[in-house]
Design a protein around this ligand. Structure first.
Ligand SMILES: C[S@@+](CC[C@H](N)C(=O)[O-])C[C@H]1O[C@@H](n2cnc3c(N)ncnc32)[C@H](O)[C@@H]1O
Length: 328
């Protein structure tokens, strides 16, 4: 019997050993510092955007940077950020360091995650951002399916990046979005896995997997790494139209875009390709052009590695509304 078949039979009738969300927490807790190495590369080179996820990261960063610049141009000097499912805190670090350089004088930021080890990482790594004058940064262990402590319309930018929403059982998503919409005054930026994305090992490179099965009926993923680590957790792959349908009751949708249609496909696999196949700058430029052309084309968005959605809260419909209170 093949390994895959053996596992399939063993797991056909599984039940959750703890709660589904605790299984997700266990996945990211077990990964510990491996997750940041896999997802973000060197945590000291925050704006290098190198490696396999560099292209998608850079696109998300350009969106966030434009929001910061717009806010600052509107004479806002204070900024409130919320990162739901913050992992090791890389995105809040990026935003705070940049916002400080842009001249924001008071920055209040909260990141939370269901995995304790990711929160511990975030606290450790973000000491640079937390030490800046005017910055109040906290990281907490919390579950996104629970009510948020933030007040109505109190957050300028809310993040939920890279598969956090994919880990929420689909029946729970409307309530999560309602709650995020309640607290978000400015923008909400999210990225989720698409139905046509290539497989992921979530916390390690895909070569680490020896068994993988995504159950689309129950929205559960099972993986086993070569080191024998097994995990089973809630996971859902989204289509563009499904995502639009979920967001439309709660937000204005500013943009939906596929991230990384071609970059992963063009990445060298050292197990297969000769070292000399590395691309040059002109190939990189053409790939970026291709991504830009197809990023929003129907039929392609659902096959990107991630679908990014930028949503608007009331501030975008009510320009100037709260600016009086945020301007110093
Ligand atoms: C792929 S990681 C992304 C981390 C981070 N947003 C980033 O982009 O670097 C997904 C994160 O979602 C967190 N997560 C999953 N379900 C969650 C929940 N119900 N509440 C809070 N965090 C959750 C996981 O623990 C994990 O850290």
């Amino acid at each position: 019997m093949s390994i895959a078949r053996h596992h399939h039979v063993q797991r056909a009738n599984h039940s959750w050993p703890t709660s589904p969300a605790q299984n997700t927490a266990a996945l990211y807790n077990k990964a510990g510092t491996d997750y940041i190495a896999y997802a973000d590369g060197n945590p000291e080179k925050l704006f290098a955007f190198e490696g396999l996820h560099g292209y998608a990261d850079r696109q998300i960063w350009l969106v966030l940077l434009s929001k910061l610049i717009e806010l600052r141009a509107s004479r806002a000097a204070s900024l409130v950020l919320l990162d739901a499912g913050c992992g090791p805190g890389t995105w809040l670090r990026r935003i705070i360091l940049c916002a400080h350089d842009l001249g924001f004088e008071r920055i209040v930021a909260r990141g939370f995650d269901i995995a304790e080890s990711q929160v511990a990482q975030a606290r450790l790594l973000a000491s640079d951002a937390a030490a800046l004058p005017g910055v109040h940064l906290t990281f907490e262990v919390a579950d996104l399916t629970r009510p948020l402590p933030e007040m109505d319309g109190s957050v300028d930018i809310t993040l939920c990046l890279y598969s956090v929403l994919s880990h929420i059982p689909p029946e729970g998503i409307p309530q999560v979005l309602r709650e995020i919409a309640r607290v978000t005054y400015g923008h909400f930026v999210t990225a989720v896995r698409s139905v046509g994305s290539t497989p992921s090992a979530f916390t390690h490179s895909v070569e680490s997997i020896r068994y993988l099965r995504q159950d689309h009926e129950r929205n559960v993923c099972e993986i086993e790494l070569h080191d024998g680590t097994r995990s089973m957790f809630p996971f859902h792959l989204f289509t563009e139209s499904e995502l639009r349908g979920l967001f439309a009751p709660h937000f204005g949708i500013e943009e939906v875009r596929g991230l990384d249609l071609f970059h992963t496909r063009f990445a060298n696999d050292p197990r297969w390709s000769p070292p000399g196949l590395q691309g040059d700058d002109s190939l990189a430029n053409e790939l970026a052009q291709l991504e830009a052309i197809y990023a929003a084309k129907s039929g392609f968005v659902d096959r990107a590695a991630h679908i990014m959605l930028v949503a608007q809260g009331p501030a975008c419909r009510d320009v100037g509304g709260r600016q009086a209170s945020t301007a110093i």
